[in-house]
Design a protein around this ligand. Structure first.
Ligand code: HEC
Length: 200
């Protein structure tokens, strides 16, 4: 009987095709998973290592790609000191966990994810509303510890509630926001202004 059935119509042929397609897809999926993990790991070229919190961060427009790209500049201690690699990781991680625990995404977006009640926080570190690079850290801390009293509101009249974060957590959040602002997000968010707005 099998001698009369053409190859493409035989059950055996399609069983083999199914096995090869499944195995091939599996290999592609595993490869893409590792590729994505590498790209979002701190230290990869678009996601800086945590010790970037020891550096000046700014932006310049990249005329060729029509987008802003981060510029990691000279040494710029955070909270008056330089952080070792492991200290920087611990501080940024504390900030990330605080942001998760307090569910800041209920109102804000981070890297475009979250809600649209309040400003996107991806570049919050660079916001000109902190007045100057020198005052930024102190103002951010004061704001996070008592957002009602230090409200900026950006003309929206909306105020951020006091979320009761500790002084240590606020330091972590500031470090996290500084680190996040150095991620090359392929131009997101579009057209934001930074404190030391650089022209090309
Ligand atoms: C209930 C909504 C709400 C939640 C939750 C919330 N925020 Fe806000 N946040 C706001 C509003 C509204 C503003 C703008 C008002 C202002 O700046 O006074 C703001 C402003 C900010 C700014 C200033 C942004 C800039 O570009 O200058 C930062 C930084 C910030 N929030 C951080 C946080 C962090 C960190 C958390 C979580 C710990 C958080 N927010 C949770 C509503 C919220």
């Amino acid at each position: 009987m099998s001698s009369q059935t053409p190859l493409w119509a035989s059950a055996d042929f399609w069983r083999k095709v199914a096995i090869w397609v499944t195995a091939g897809s599996f290999v592609i999926l595993i490869t893409l998973t590792f590729d994505s993990l590498a790209k979002i790991t701190p230290g990869y070229k678009q996601v800086p290592a945590y010790n970037v919190i020891n550096r000046e961060i700014d932006y310049k427009s990249d005329a060729q790609h029509l987008r802003y790209i981060p510029v990691v500049g000279k040494e710029a201690p955070l909270f008056g000191r330089l952080w070792s690699d492991s200290e920087a990781e611990a501080l940024v991680t504390l900030g990330k966990k605080t942001i998760q625990a307090k569910n800041c995404m209920n109102c804000h977006t981070l890297l475009g994810n979250g809600a649209y009640y309040a400003p996107d926080l991806t570049r919050a570190w660079l916001d000109p509303n902190w007045s100057s690079s020198d005052e930024r850290e102190a103002r951010m801390l004061a704001f996070l510890l008592d957002p009602e009293k230090n409200a900026v509101t950006f003309g929206s009249g909306r105020k951020m509630p006091n979320l009761g974060i500790t002084d240590k957590e606020a330091h972590g959040v500031v470090a996290f926001l500084k680190w996040m602002s150095a991620i090359d997000t392929n131009g997101f968010p579009h057209n934001f202004k930074s404190i030391n707005h650089q022209q090309d």
